[in-house]
Design a protein around this ligand. Sequence first.
Ligand SMILES: C[S@@+](CC[C@H](N)C(=O)[O-])C[C@H]1O[C@@H](n2cnc3c(N)ncnc32)[C@H](O)[C@@H]1O
Length: 241
Amino acid sequence: MNRPERGEGYGASARWYDVIYSFKDYAAEAEALRSIIDAHRPGARRLLDVACGTGEHLRHLQAHFHVTGIDASPDMLAVAREKLPDVPLHLADMRSFDLGETYDAAICMFGAMGHLADAAEVTAAIGCIARHLTRPGVLIVEPWLSPEVFQDRHPSGLFVDQPALKLARLGISRRQGDRAILDMHHLVASPEGVESFVERMELSLFPQEVYRQAMLAAGMEVAFDPKGPMDRGLFTGTLPA
Ligand SMILES: C[S@@+](CC[C@H](N)C(=O)[O-])C[C@H]1O[C@@H](n2cnc3c(N)ncnc32)[C@H](O)[C@@H]1O
């Protein structure tokens, strides 16, 4: 399949990512993650954030766990490293990483697995994460949109109005088979000037069964919360002792 190799769609926008998603309550999400981890893996100390992006979950979770992050985008990691200079953050691909360490808990949030091409890649990624987990261990995955809920040719608009920053992001999502193509047009005004850029995201519309089967294949017991932090659901996979 012809698609960008790594960190697709998070180049020019990486420095604006935290502004764009300032509507998200990462502190509340981190607290909810902590209580799920406590319920499934009491006493967990070491946590890995897979596709950690700019490190917003890690920023909150570091108060409770020894945290580590990986991401495939150098631009996103650069933002994370500025905020979290003492946290190990690795440039790595979730399909094939090997950190030589194990963790009691892992998370992969905000639909990051939607960047994978097909079910085999989801199985590879979840298998790879499972190899980094202790027994018992827990993995929490927030899926991206499933085919049933994706709206073809849906116009989206996001606007940020801060005293020293104005940002607009407009796009229309299109469906091509099992893929969603999102061309995001950004216009940003800051004291440095006005810049505009377009970023393309190509995401897979995996049925929820794809995530469940991948977790089962990795030997996990699977629980699913249909709501999750953003009404997109949340999978919890538990590895037995
Ligand atoms: C929507 S962002 C989510 C970031 C963060 N988890 C959050 O909740 O804000 C998706 C992230 O997945 C990363 N990503 C995409 N493909 C990846 C891969 N194969 N391996 C690791 N990270 C990947 C991107 O670079 C991006 O940082």
